[in-house]
Design a binder for this molecule. Structure first.
Ligand SMILES: *[C@@H]1O[C@H](CO)[C@@H](O)[C@H](O)[C@H]1NC(C)=O
Ligand SMILES: *[C@@H]1O[C@H](CO)[C@@H](O)[C@H](O)[C@H]1NC(C)=O
Length: 139
């Protein structure tokens, strides 16, 4: 009885978790960034950054060697920018909320990081995008 209930709960949680994970195509991501008013001249670089950092996966979690965690599409780091359990960090956002499909908080935080530190803040950008001429993807 208890076992069945537990199994049911786990199944439900799994379904909820799967529902919240979304992997963008390059074109859908480009459109999303345009809709969210990212400057067109930088969108090629943002797409490259997201591909390099998260593989366009909204629920990507990466545990860094230094004990901090990178979260979501933009792989935003918990040490500086968010807090677990409540809104916090420099972006005043809950870390958990950076893993769902709603990109409102993610994009606001990514723009804030960019305005404070630039693309250099992202290792994935430095690795894959730095120094390249990246125009907006043709869709
Ligand atoms: C997206 O990231 C989550 C968490 O890291 C992972 O469990 C899931 O398999 C990823 N999805 C894809 C399609 O790579
Ligand atoms: C770990 O790395 C992140 C991102 O590079 C950085 O913001 C954070 O301060 C580092 N944490 C520690 C404990 O060194």
């Amino acid at each position: 009885m208890v076992g069945k209930t537990l199994t049911g709960c786990l199944l439900l949680l799994t379904i909820v978790a799967l529902n919240q994970a979304k992997v963008y195509t390059r074109c859908a991501l480009t459109q999303e960034l345009i809709n969210r008013r990212f400057p067109r001249s930088f969108i090629g670089h943002w797409v490259c950054l997201v591909e390099s950092e998260s593989g366009k996966n909204t629920s990507k979690i990466y545990n860094k060697a230094n004990g901090s965690v990178n979260l979501g599409l933009f792989q935003i780091n918990n040490k500086e920018w968010c807090e677990y359990g409540r809104q916090g960090g420099n972006c005043h956002v809950k870390c958990e909320d950076l893993l769902d499909e709603d990109l409102t908080d993610d994009t606001a935080c990514a723009k804030q990081i960019f305005s404070e530190k630039g693309f250099q803040s992202w290792d994935g950008w430095k690795r894959a995008c730095y120094g390249r001429k990246l125009t907006i993807p043709k869709c």
